[in-house]
Design a protein around this ligand. Structure first.
Ligand SMILES: [Zn+2]
Ligand SMILES: [Zn+2]
Length: 274
């Protein structure tokens, strides 16, 4: 049996035009998944972006020439959709949730959101850096600075996220900046071993889980270092923004996690433990 997919997005995530909660449930049932979590984006940020390189689907969220401002999550509509799906797919465990973007910069907004609804699955993420007092998407920084410098800044900021925000149970996509590295750049984890181990040590010290994000091929060294730095729990997330990508790559990711000593918890939707 595949692990639960504890990180997916639906039409309630502001950055997707292909999200479909019912379709994702149908796909999860088809795959025999024990559970799926819908962890919609909650971003309280205003990004300074270059509109020339902004993906078309996001341009409707531009507040002015240079600022991308994500709309708030429709919490009420989202929870109603969750209930509809639970009625329609009673055999599937459907978990409500959110992906908090940069919650350490928005403590008040984050606390208010989490107090407003009983989200069952809360994951923490970083997509941004602060540069000269402005919020910048990591992928945009590659236009301006050398890749290793951006990566080191990203890992350092991730430690600040971990150490100053206790609101999430799993850290997602530590490899997020690698999704966007410019053509011609080849990433080698060993070149960033010190920085990555520091992030993992910090996360392990808080007792939280590392998410194995299958949007990219999983980096085995990350899981090795996670164990060595004291990491005891992993979860699996496809980060799918459309139904056909739910649980993509999970068989390989689960086998890799098993090879490092992780295995299922008490319930099929619990974190895997070592
Ligand atoms: Zn994310
Ligand atoms: Zn996500």
């Amino acid at each position: 049996m595949l692990p639960a997919d504890l990180h997916t997005h639906t039409e309630f995530s502001w950055d997707t035009t292909t999200g479909d909660m019912e379709g994702s449930c149908a796909r999860a049932v088809e795959l025999g998944l024990p559970a799926i979590a819908f962890t919609e984006h909650t971003d309280f940020i205003s990004w300074t972006v270059d509109p020339a390189v902004l993906p078309e689907r996001l341009t409707k969220h531009m507040a002015d020439e240079t600022h991308l401002v994500p709309p708030p999550l429709d919490v009420e509509g989202y929870l109603a959709a969750i209930e509809r799906c639970r009625d329609k797919y009673p055999a599937l465990k459907i978990i409500s949730g959110v992906e908090l973007g940069e919650p350490h910069w928005f403590a008040g907004e984050t606390a208010a959101l989490l107090a407003a609804a009983p989200f069952e699955r809360v994951i923490g993420s970083l997509h941004s850096l602060t540069v000269d007092g402005r919020y910048r998407l990591v992928e945009d920084e590659y236009l301006l600075r050398p890749v290793p410098e951006v990566l080191r800044d990203y890992f350092a900021e991730t430690i600040r996220l971990i150490e100053t925000c206790p609101s999430f149970e799993a850290l997602t996509h530590l490899d997020y900046p690698l999704r966007y590295t410019p053509a011609g750049y080849t990433f080698a984890a060993v070149d960033f071993e010190e920085e990555l181990r520091a992030v993992l040590r910090s996360l392990a010290g808080t007792g939280r889980a590392l998410e194995v994000n299958t949007r990219r091929t999983v980096e085995p060294l990350l899981l090795r270092w996670w164990r060595e730095e004291g990491g005891r729990a992993v979860s699996f997330g496809s980060d799918a923004h459309r139904p056909d990508l739910v649980a993509a790559g999970f068989a390989d990711a689960a086998a890799l996690a098993e090879s490092f000593g992780f295995g299922p918890g008490r319930h099929p939707w619990d974190h895997w433990l070592a």
